[in-house]
Design a protein around this ligand. Structure first.
Ligand SMILES: NC(=O)c1ccc[n+]([C@@H]2O[C@H](COP(=O)([O-])OP(=O)(O)OC[C@H]3O[C@@H](n4cnc5c(N)ncnc54)[C@H](OP(=O)(O)O)[C@@H]3O)[C@@H](O)[C@H]2O)c1
Length: 172
């Protein structure tokens, strides 16, 4: 059982997620670092402590197993950082691939839904749960219509809708 409050960080194997995990460990959290590249997660956890969980946020059973691991740690879950994602569709509309748009939404938007839904009971039970959603910059009116620029609008809605669902959980 962890003595420290838990912070789940998705996409913790590189970039913003790895940097967030390091900072949260310094701030006193037991970090649950989530991504597909397990070797990178283990290197991170060797440095900062915490728990590595190999999970693909597009795969329901992986996300359910993540929730099980979090419950098994026996400490309050007070922070979820939904960071896993990326920009997969850079082609303009005329040559866009539907598959890129589907992948972009599956990871960035539906991945956020899957992980938040699975961990929401634990966040609410902690009495002090905060949900952070990392999103790309808001598209500007003159930017060309691209998947990578359209997806942020969908992800942005999260911080507005989550408090209404859960009552006792804040989001940013
Ligand atoms: N870089 C920017 O300028 C910028 C600006 C604003 C917002 N953002 C957003 O910030 C987030 C992180 O960006 P970054 O620049 O740090 O990117 P990054 O270095 O490419 O990191 C992306 C992370 O997401 C994980 N990931 C991707 N698909 C996943 C999946 N299906 N399941 C689980 N994990 C998955 C990757 O881990 P694995 O490959 O190991 O699974 C990796 O840890 C993204 O959501 C991005 O849209 C980026």
């Amino acid at each position: 059982m962890s003595e420290r409050p838990l912070a789940v960080v998705t996409g913790a194997s590189s970039g913003i997620g790895a940097a967030s995990a390091r900072r949260l460990a310094v701030e006193g959290f037991h970090v649950v670092a989530v991504a597909r590249r397990e070797d990178r997660l283990h290197d991170l956890i060797k440095d900062i402590g915490g728990t590595a969980v190999r999970a693909d946020v597009t795969v329901g059973p992986d996300v359910a197993a993540l929730a099980g691991t979090v419950a098994g740690l026996g400490a309050p879950l007070t922070l979820l950082v939904n960071n896993a994602g990326g920009a997969f569709g850079l082609d303009p509309v005329e040559s866009a691939e539907v598959a890129d748009w589907q992948r972009m939404y599956d990871v960035n938007v539906l991945g956020t839904l899957r992980v938040t839904q699975a961990l929401l009971p634990a966040l609410v039970a902690s009495g002090a749960g905060t949900i952070v959603v990392i999103r790309p910059s808001t598209p500007r009116p003159r930017w060309p219509a691209r998947c990578a620029w359209s997806c942020p609008a969908a992800r942005s809605g999260w911080w507005r809708s989550i408090p209404a669902w859960s009552g006792r959980t804040s989001s940013r």
